[in-house]
Design a protein around this ligand. Structure first.
Ligand SMILES: C[S@@+](CC[C@H](N)C(=O)[O-])C[C@H]1O[C@@H](n2cnc3c(N)ncnc32)[C@H](O)[C@@H]1O
Length: 351
């Protein structure tokens, strides 16, 4: 079980229309001011826990917008298991449907779900969600909360639970987290998990050795790999659970260990960090190179977001500059062909 002591979550309802009341006691806030954010190295971070150490500011929200487009480009949809989600969320007489987006971040997914399913309540929960969303849909509510504390007030409440890029970076006990998400799902509900592995892979999909710190670009390569290695060490030291290998197997095991998800469906993807791969047809090449370009832009911004993490690891500004310079060059001049491995999983809770 999760820790019994917890603060009540803080909710940001959309006040423009009559919103359904929360199912538990909430303190309502209309802004992100207050004890939720703090500054470091010129960036803004959540102040609720020390486990998650990526920024929560407009620059990061723009990066998350791009990452959202990347997933849409890959899936051609807002979620894997498309028909299933559509059927689960189809309107039913006398039944209120609800979606939870855990670690909703800049809320792109939550907003689009709320627009696509106007009859469904969408709840976005995050340590520091974006709250200045223009025209927040009336059926979307945001909450400040820490998923590591569990959501006992939400047991049996949701038809769809979406966990994208949170499990490996913000959760300290994956098994406990999935058990809790299973309790929050209604029978027949679906959990969707999307996440990436930390190591950088070469074009043969083998791990790239991190560059030695006494090297320099272009004499030594592997700077992106070095940054990802150092960041994952820092995430792990903070109590998060980054995944270093076999992300599909690790997440599959955790889901199955709940005893409720018997057959998680998995799609493993190798996403290029740059427009270097060539497909079998022109259309395939166009698709994969568009993806590679978006991943490169995302990678460039992501590595910059890691500056405070790298400094927290004990590196000087000079060393961080050297790593960032090397990683940027590797992505910009395509001197290293890189992939990162991502997984898309969904599983249904039996009725
Ligand atoms: C990489 S972002 C992904 C955001 C969004 N899911 C997306 O895919 O665009 C991870 C988000 O998870 C949130 N997060 C991390 N740990 C969390 C926790 N323990 N509880 C709630 N949110 C958390 C962060 O604040 C951040 O907004």
């Amino acid at each position: 079980m999760f820790m019994p002591t917890r603060r009540p979550p803080l909710c940001i309802p959309n006040m423009s229309v009559n919103h359904p009341p929360p199912r538990h006691g909430c303190i309502y806030r209309s802004s992100r001011e207050g004890p939720f954010l703090r500054e470091s190295d010129g960036r803004v971070f959540n102040a609720q826990n020390d486990v998650y150490y990526l920024p929560a500011d407009d620059v990061e929200f723009d990066r998350l917008a791009l990452q959202h487009r990347i997933h849409y480009h890959i899936l051609g949809s807002l979620y894997p298991g498309g028909d299933l989600v559509d059927r689960i969320l189809a309107p039913e007489w006398g039944v209120e449907k609800a979606v939870l987006d855990v670690g909703c971040g800049a809320c792109h997914w939550a907003v689009e779900m709320a627009l696509k399913f106007p009859h469904v309540h969408v709840i976005g929960v995050d340590l520091a969600p974006r709250t200045n969303i223009p025209e927040q849909p009336p059926n979307l509510r945001l909450e400040f909360d820490d998923a590591n504390l569990g959501f006992p007030h939400y047991h049996g409440c949701f038809d769809v639970i979406h966990c994208r890029s949170i499990v490996t970076v913000g959760i300290h006990d994956r098994d406990q987290f999935f058990q809790e998400m299973e309790r929050c799902l209604r029978p027949g509900g679906i959990i969707i998990v999307i996440d990436g592995e930390m190591p950088t892979l070469n074009h043969n999909r083998q791990r790239i050795p991190p560059a030695p710190m006494d090297g320099n670009y272009p004499q030594t390569r592997g700077w992106m790999a070095r940054i990802m290695f150092e960041a994952s060490q820092d995430f792990a030291a903070r109590g998060a659970s980054p995944i270093f290998y076999d992300i599909a197997g690790v997440l599959f095991q955790s889901l199955v260990a709940t005893g409720a998800f018997f057959n998680p469906v998995i799609q493993l993807m190798y996403l290029p960090l740059g427009p270097w791969p060539v497909g079998n047809t022109e259309a395939e090449t166009r698709w994969i190179q568009q993806l590679g370009e978006m991943m490169r832009q995302n990678g460039l911004e992501f590595t910059r977001s890691l500056r405070p993490t790298l400094k927290h690891r004990g590196f000087s500004d000079e060393d961080v500059d050297k790593m960032l310079f090397g990683a940027e060059r590797e992505m910009l001049d395509l001197s290293v062909w890189m992939y990162t491995r991502w997984v898309y999983i969904y599983a249904v809770k039996p009725r």
